[in-house]
Design a binder for this molecule. Structure first.
Ligand SMILES: [Zn+2]
Length: 227
């Protein structure tokens, strides 16, 4: 009897491997690290968005040191802005790969030639702290025919509201509140929403009449986008 279960287990493990394991998977995998930090890969190219940041900065999410150790070599790092809950110069210095932030955002175009089936558009968006404007960009990534919108910290839905046919939008809750006040047609803008940058005191509940939405409140959560 024991052997039977062992075999059964082995079969289940093999099935799992054949589905999700090796070779061409034809999916973009996005792993939520913390705050606006995302790891995004198609199995060939590795992106980190708003990561590495300073763990626990501004009272936002901490992360395990293993996150830094497991960063893939020669990755592409893209930042919406340089606040410490999104960006760490100190950690970045130790990493190889290409790095993009608002100071060299015009160089992002080079990725469109370098990465197969990839296009990125940068939008200058507002992020004011105590009334002072901070250089900030939101990004629209088209990869393998899928549109992924990275909002970052921008405070209003003005740029976001001009988008449509997004597959996955990564947005903070305050942007959703602004979008709602402006009566934007959310389901026309994006099929799926991931609410990120959730703070320790945020209590967010999803309304059932909303388009498809998930809360990124669990670090390590994986979003799969088949293409
Ligand atoms: Zn932030």
């Amino acid at each position: 009897m024991k052997n039977f279960y062992k075999k059964l287990l082995l079969v289940i493990v093999l099935i799992c491997f054949s589905n999700h394991g090796f070779g061409q998977s034809n999916e973009i995998k996005i792993r939520f690290i913390g705050n606006c930090g995302l790891y995004m890969t198609d199995g060939q190219t590795n992106f980190y968005i708003d990561f590495p940041y300073k763990s626990g900065a501004h009272n936002y999410m901490e992360y395990d040191k293993s996150e830094i150790d497991s960063i893939k070599e020669n990755s592409i790092f893209i930042f919406t802005h340089k606040h410490s809950d999104h960006y760490s110069e100190k950690l970045l210095k130790k990493l190889t790969g290409q790095k993009f932030d608002p100071s060299n955002v015009e160089k992002l175009e080079t990725l469109n030639k370098l990465v197969p089936d990839f296009n990125i558009k940068a939008f200058r968006t507002t992020h004011k702290v105590f009334g002072i404007s901070f250089k900030h960009y939101s990004y629209l990534i088209s990869w393998h025919g899928k549109n992924i919108y990275i909002s970052g910290d921008t405070e209003n839905a003005d740029t976001f509201g001009l988008q449509k046919d997004i597959d996955w939008a990564f947005v903070p809750v305050w942007l959703m509140i602004d979008a709602k006040q402006k009566e934007l047609n959310l389901s026309e803008i994006s099929k799926m929403y991931a609410i990120y940058h959730i703070g320790p005191n945020d209590r967010i509940t999803l309304e059932s009449d909303q388009p498809q939405m998930i809360l990124l409140d669990k670090q390590g959560e994986i979003i799969s986008i088949p293409y």
